[in-house]
Design a protein around this ligand. Sequence first.
Ligand code: ATP
Length: 632
Amino acid sequence: MAEPKENPLMEKIVSLCKRRGFIYQSSEIYGGINGFWDYGPLGAELKRNVKELWWREMVRLRDDVVGLEATIIMHPQVWRASGHVDTFADFMRECPLTKKRVRADQVEPQSGIAYSYSGAASNPARAVAELAQERGHIRENMDLEDVLKGSSSSSEPFCVLVQKGKPPESARKAAIQFYKERGIPEPALLGETKSAVENSVDFHPESGVQLGPSRPFNLMLQTWVGPIQNDENVAYLRPETAQAIFAQFKNVLETSRQKVPFGIAQVGKAFRNEVTPRNFTFRSREFEQMELEFFIPPDEAVEAMSGSLAQPGNGHPGEPQANWGWPIWHKYWVEERVRFYESIGLPRNTLVEYWQKPEELAHYARATVDILYKFPFSKRDEKGELMGEELEGIAARSDFDLSQHERFSGKAMGVFDEEVRTAWNKLDEGKKKELWQRYYDARLKYLTKVGVAIERAERDAKEDADGFSKGQYLPHVIEPSAGVDRLILALICNSFSELNDTDDKGAPRSRVIMRFHPRVAPIKVGVFPLLKNKPELVAQAKAIFAELRQHMMAFYDDTGAIGRRYARQDEAGTPFCVTVDFETFEGVKEGPLAGQKDTVTIRYRGNTDEENGRQERIAISQVREWLLERIR
Ligand code: ATP
């Protein structure tokens, strides 16, 4: 887990993740595998909490969203329809020496001296030729290179950058290796030239070798289904969970008693053969997504039913209304998602709402907002502010996805809406004409964009617009698509803090406190007897633990000094600890509960240094409810 070296805070976070069992490198005993990560005991709890909270907010607490759990491998046509087979590619460049690839748009700028070679010839051939020239067997004015023709040689150019302060011999070494790999034994380098280079993005950041041309590289991981490994049996590990939702849209619609507008949610694994996995788990090759496809009627249908569309204002637009067009639905989901992040402990000022510029949008997208978190490794703007990296994208994707699956599968993906048909029949002729034309134009635009010939496109668009006037349409979609692992990393980064205080013996120490929001904290409560060797304290603490673990993740600990046990829970991010002590049996010595028996100490981890270690006393009978109120 060497990554990322240049960021001391990230280094501390990565090391804490391993030390406390949040995240480990996958297959670590074999040296790891780049872009794959495992979650340890605390990480697994944290992840489960995050996914469950998302599911609760997005599915269980809503009347208008239902869930789906689809397979990772689907019919390959799904990925042709979605465009992933043809266009899901990153442009990358390869180091011709190490074969390592980097994303063309992510090459770190480098400065130094570039050594260029125009080729190489094998040394023995050169040695013989030089000897021959010396002895007069080759005329003096004859070019040695001509003589060397036919011997083992290469005119393939090679260029390598040597950073300032690094030994120049490394350039020759790299070049010799490069030509050796091209079958030239002990190569003599030809035509060496040197030039100073400043901030060039043309060289591999590790090897320094000049990169090859930029080429598209499909990010989908492939496998074969069945015993024969041929082209016909190629299948893909899904690069996103969303497509299964589109492919199952009609089934869900027919079996769930939902009606547009409504959504289908899914949480699950996704795989991308990222060219340069980096920043710890931020860009992984196997990760999890939490995606919602929220289907809405096209604006023309809303207008037919409601007369006009509501205009989006500032802030959260409130409870969904029948007259919402796509811009308000989009805004609604952006606000809902930001509220979700706030509710699990990511304050608004750690997030950035980035509205994609028109030139950045996918051709079918009407608007996309990326919610960014200000990770410690994010780039900084001119003012030195962290710019943030994407946690979630919320896209208004028009009816593109269902249209594509309709075209590729030949199955109708649209809905019939009685309310639209009834409303349509009441419209005046002018309005009918206007809405018909708008629906027709939108369909024609889509069909021509995806390459349908114009006559066919006009015919199909007319058919679609005629269908629309009878209450049939293809739903549009708003897609909030979040990454679980990126959110986990954001929560870990956001919770990480260091406190300088003193240990049990008064010696100064610096320790980590993970200030997770109680809703996501892996362990909600630590339960301790003050002393291990007092059977009545142990028995009472175990009884409390046995009760609490039925309702929440609880942890029992009776080893070591109580201060050390609190510190261990602070490091795990446990918001509360319950301690059974002598006052539990003898009665509280002072304070509002003075004289009362059967009470325990509740100790706060706190969200600030001052709050850390705050204690209060409550009756054992109230502990469960007290905790449940604070962790929900
Ligand atoms: P990026 O531009 O960072 O590659 P993206 O725009 O391709 O991301 P989407 O296709 O919109 O990402 O995927 C939705 C979400 O899935 C992202 O916001 C992110 O949280 C998560 N995600 C995508 N790729 C990865 C990855 N390689 N590792 C971890 N999470 C990912």
